[in-house]
Design a binder for this molecule. Structure first.
Ligand SMILES: [Zn+2]
Length: 282
């Protein structure tokens, strides 16, 4: 048996048929054709699935840009997919291919993939964070994604660390960690996340450490997994976080909570989507 994982991005669609062990058997990449509107890009999604699907596929998982509702499988109105407004994508795919389909946001899916197959394998409660152009999080409790009442839980990038900050996030809140420490936030200040000097790296780690410390106070996770492009900074950043986080939380066991880099960084979109399909099936 196998599943299909699809990562719908603003510019390209990645699709793969994936084994139960999360090995990619066959994959395809197509342009999203987002600027041509909903019908054109939905046709590309179908084309991508058609090129990978075989008779042994038992479920389809999709990662798509938010906002979306993973509980209902409805894509709400993502800014980089024009015309995709209140689209019941999971139901449409399910009707066309007659297999269960689940839709999930990127960070939740990547967090589940790390829990089932990656750096957090065997852990029950996982805090996955992605440090990239934006900052996101995925909360895994008892091996399942925590969605909250409306499907919008885990928006860790929009947890504020400074209510008096002069920097207001796109969401309207001052001091969201995404507005302060994401790749986009660094670029606004003229900094290159891949080439930070010691002081700049210290400042970034201090902000991220305060944020993660608060999340540890709240969640007391088994492990923290750090993914996303900026995680490529690697041990200079991770080592600082390991030092700072225990000083920014009441959790006296915080120093024992591993902070580790993600393992499935390459293909995290399709593998995350496939994990959601596998997790949803189990
Ligand atoms: Zn925000």
């Amino acid at each position: 048996m196998a599943v299909i994982g699809i990562d719908i991005g603003g510019t390209k669609i990645a699709c793969a048929r994936v084994s139960e062990e999360l090995e990619i058997i066959e994959s395809t990449f197509l342009p999203t054709l987002a600027s041509q509107g909903f019908d054109a890009s939905l046709a590309q999604v179908f084309r991508a699935i058609d090129s990978c699907i075989t008779a042994d596929v038992e479920a389809i998982g999709i990662c798509a840009p938010g906002p979306l509702n993973p509980k209902t499988g409805v894509i709400l109105n993502p800014p980089n997919l024009p015309g995709w407004i209140n689209i019941p994508l999971a139901a449409m795919i399910q009707a066309k291919y007659s297999v269960p389909c689940v839709v999930e946001n990127d960070a939740n899916a990547a967090g589940l993939a790390e829990t089932l197959f990656g750096a957090a394998r065997g852990c029950a409660s996982v805090l996955y964070v992605t440090l990239s152009t934006g900052i996101g999080a995925g909360l895994i409790f008892n091996g399942k994604i925590y969605h909250g009442k409306n499907g919008f839980a885990g928006e860790g990038g929009h947890v504020s660390i400074d209510y008096r900050s002069a920097i207001t996030c796109n969401c309207g809140t001052p001091g969201c960690i995404e507005a302060l420490a994401s790749g986009t936030a660094l670029a606004v200040r003229g900094l290159n996340p891949a080439a930070l000097n010691d002081n700049q790296l210290d400042e970034m780690a201090t902000m991220l450490g305060a944020w993660l410390g608060s999340l540890v106070s709240l969640l007391d996770p088994d492990i923290i997994v750090v993914g996303g492009g900026m995680a490529q900074i690697g041990s200079p950043l991770i080592d600082k976080l390991r030092r700072i986080v225990p000083t920014r939380t009441i959790n006296q066991f915080a120093s024992e909570i591993p902070i580790v880099p993600a393992q499935l960084a390459a293909n995290s979109g399709v593998l995350g989507a496939a994990s959601v399909a596998l997790g949803g099936r189990a």
